[in-house]
Design a protein around this ligand. Structure first.
Ligand code: CA
Length: 427
């Protein structure tokens, strides 16, 4: 059920078209700067950014208990704010929602104040929203795991025996997670095809994207103290779109026995706006049935999956963007609650700013598969673009754009986009 700040009847005095992804029900947080303003916390509303640092300095936020607003909103990451916990998150969101709603005149009727605290998004630079401590990547889409198992290992036993018991994951690398708009050079490394006796060195010829969503830890847990699955909302601050770029030819040679390494850690792209778990409450749904039954520590009560439409667009250099996949976050077998419970069940401590990605999200239909590895079936079945060009994997100059949104009761909640262009190898 929507609460007061997600209710579809709520309206802002800032004009926001009906299908806009940042209505007053959304209010995602990000970090922005301009030529004159150092990086700070902002909230997206329509085509504007609300400067929370300026709002705090002007004492315009209704006092929120436990919120050192002047300090946390001047930071170049959301970490300090996220660490304050769900009561402060919710109260702050309520105060911002109130300032922006039609029945509040504080900003609405004061043009000079509005000019000071509202900036067009087209005039700001967005930064990574969080200082990422650790980054973990799960592998939670059954269709994706099945497709990769068929291609890389054994069609008869595509899904490994542990997959339906464990939300499988691995520790990735935080240093190369970049914000949307950051271009990446094609990686090089050891390549060995099935027919090669020994590996050769060179630029990856099987460069790929992975359509994922990521969740951000706001409040961690002490070492040795697991987080229960049903407590996920006390810890998870919000969600972003995530492109986990992958070099399949490097990956397929290196991944045995310890898993992905250089085929993954050359770059992953994060969307700049963090959509809060609270704003996504209306989009929580039950996941698919889990059979066999999962162990008690992975069991949840109530809906913990999210119904969010996902799109992948490929734009060749100088060409038009073309949609090559339409998927949905709900296709995941394992939910965020289960991923968090599993990650900490051994006592592993999470910290504010930790980032966990879903793994490639592929639905059952081929049109919903979330990587070129799957869409081109490991390069054997090229996809065709509207201009007649074909792709098996990414070419230099290709841009990948991912979008996420969902509509409910006439309200669209969007995540913006994550985009990146492939540049030639640096040799
Ligand atoms: Ca991945």
């Amino acid at each position: 059920m929507p609460n007061a700040h997600t209710h579809p009847a709520l309206k802002s005095w800032i004009p926001v078209p009906a299908d806009h992804q940042f209505p007053i029900q959304n209010l995602p947080y990000g970090i922005f700067s301009t030529a004159d303003l150092s990086p700070r916390v902002g909230v997206a509303i329509g085509d504007y950014v609300l400067d929370l640092h300026e709002i705090a300095m002007l004492d315009l936020l209704i006092p929120v208990k436990g919120l050192p607003a002047r300090e946390v909103f001047a930071q170049p990451s959301l970490n300090a704010f996220m660490a304050l916990g769900p009561a402060v998150w919710s109260a702050t969101r309520g105060a911002i929602s109130s300032l922006l709603s039609t029945n509040n005149t504080t900003l609405q009727h004061n043009q000079s104040l509005r000019d000071k605290v509202l900036l067009p998004q087209s005039e700001v630079q967005m930064h990574l929203p969080i200082q990422i401590g650790d980054y973990t990547d799960f592998y939670s889409s059954m269709q994706h795991a099945t497709n990769v198992g068929i291609m890389f290992r054994d069609p008869a036993n595509a899904l490994l025996p542990n997959w339906k018991h464990i939300p499988v994951g691995y520790h990735g690398r935080a240093s190369s997670v970049v914000v949307s708009g950051t271009d990446l050079h094609r990686p090089q490394g050891q390549l060995k095809g099935p027919a090669d006796a020994v590996p050769k060195f060179g630029a990856s010829r099987k460069l790929d994207f992975e359509l994922e969503m990521a969740w951000v830890v706001g409040v961690g847990n002490p070492l040795g103290h697991p987080i229960k699955a049903d407590q996920w909302r006390d810890h998870v601050f919000g969600f972003c779109i995530f492109n986990d770029w992958s070099a399949r030819d490097i990956q397929s040679w290196e991944y045995v026995p310890l898993g992905p390494f250089l085929g993954k850690n050359f770059g992953s792209s994060l969307s700049p706006w963090v959509v809060t778990a609270e704003a996504l409450t209306p989009f929580l749904i039950e996941g698919q049935e889990q059979d066999p039954e999962v162990l008690p520590y992975l069991q949840t009560s109530g809906p913990t999956h999210l119904d969010i439409e996902l799109e992948v667009w490929l734009q060749p250099a100088g060409g038009q963007a073309h949609k090559i996949s339409q998927s949905n976050y709900k296709h995941l077998y394992w939910s965020v609650a289960q991923q968090l419970a599993h990650h900490t069940v051994n006592g592993c401590n999470m910290r504010p700013g930790d980032l966990c990605a879903s793994g490639t999200i592929s639905g059952t239909e081929r049109s919903s598969w979330g990587s070129l590895l799957e869409l081109s079936w490991n390069g054997t079945e090229p996809i065709t673009l509207p201009d007649g060009a074909t792709r098996t994997f990414l070419e230099d100059g290709d841009t990948i754009i991912m979008k996420a949104y969902q509509d409910l009761n006439g309200i669209r909640i969007g995540f913006g986009e994550v985009r990146g262009t492939i540049l030639p190898t640096v040799s």
